[in-house]
Write a new protein. Structure first.
Length: 288
């Protein structure tokens, strides 16, 4: 069932509790967002969370060109939308993983709020390789994300969110793991360590094989994240950024605000409504 919202032009949300008006100028200048919103003010709920670390862990083999194009073109929109929702500092790390047979198995950009750096990194990723063996080294991607988060959160605490995107399972699911080659890194060990950090893994599955899908689903279930299926290229291009933004909004308690933002912008499509209902159900389940 769709949730009804009272829409008042020029005002995004009337919070049920404390209200506060957010000026975006200082935040936008820090993250290099064009000041397209400088004449708008939005209402948001005041809360104590002020720092969020998001790790995007993305397969960069030959099948994932469309996913990387979506990230490159949409990363600015993610940061812009979250800035409009809440007075929170959002830092994003991007981890690209391939296969052990590839020249560069892992590439990454550490946590930053600088949109230009994130776009430049995404643009320079070459989607290639993969080995055609029904597995990719996503266990190494998870390991890198875990270590980056542990390092940065040890000095400045913040909420962690991991988003795993790909179409094939890690080694040890369908294809045997060569532990020596993987430096004894096993996907289930990584997921359990991430769980112990109280960081959810949200998975976006872009493939078709049921065993691969089950791997991504298990990563999410074990960490209280959620699986999303994006097998269609058309759907992927349209929805990937909405899902990423929706995940962040859900985890910082701003789903209602996000829906009102979509209404305000004329982006409240049927697909986005369904996405938000799925996320509401998931957050309710986590809080039980």
């Amino acid at each position: 069932m769709d949730t009804d919202f009272k829409y008042i032009p020029g005002q995004l949300v009337k919070a049920a509790n404390k209200e506060k008006t957010l000026s975006l100028d200082s935040y936008l200048s820090k993250v290099n967002i064009p000041k397209i919103l400088e004449n708008k003010q939005f209402k948001y709920k005041s809360f104590s969370l002020n720092l969020c670390y998001v790790s995007i862990i993305l397969d960069s083999t030959a099948s994932q060109t469309d996913s990387w194009d979506a990230i490159q073109n949409g990363i600015e929109k993610i940061i812009e939308d979250i800035a409009r929702l809440a007075d929170i500092e959002l830092k994003i790390a991007i981890i690209a993983y391939r296969d052990y047979c590839d020249h560069k198995v892992i590439e990454f950009h550490p946590y930053t709020s600088d949109i230009n750096k994130l776009k430049s990194f995404s643009k320079n990723i070459e989607c290639t390789g993969g080995g055609a063996n029904d597995a990719e080294a996503s266990e190494l991607g998870l390991n890198k994300a875990k270590n980056l988060y542990k390092e940065i959160s040890s000095t400045k605490k913040g909420k962690g969110i991991f988003v795993l995107i790909g179409d094939e399972a890690a080694y040890g699911v369908k294809v045997s793991l060569n532990k020596k080659k993987a430096n004894d890194i096993f996907w289930l060990d990584e997921v359990n360590e991430i769980k112990d950090l109280n960081v959810p893994i949200y998975s976006i599955f872009t493939g078709y094989d049921e065993k691969d899908r089950n791997y991504f689903d298990e990563c999410s279930k074990l960490t209280k994240g959620k699986l999303f299926n994006l097998s269609s290229i058309d759907t992927l291009s349209e929805m990937l950024i909405s899902i990423l933004t929706g995940i962040i909004a859900a985890e910082i308690g701003e789903l209602d605000n996000y829906q009102n933002l979509l209404i305000f912008d004329g982006r409240n499509s049927a697909a986005n409504k369904n996405l938000l209902e799925d996320l509401r159900s998931h957050i309710a389940y986590k809080e039980e």
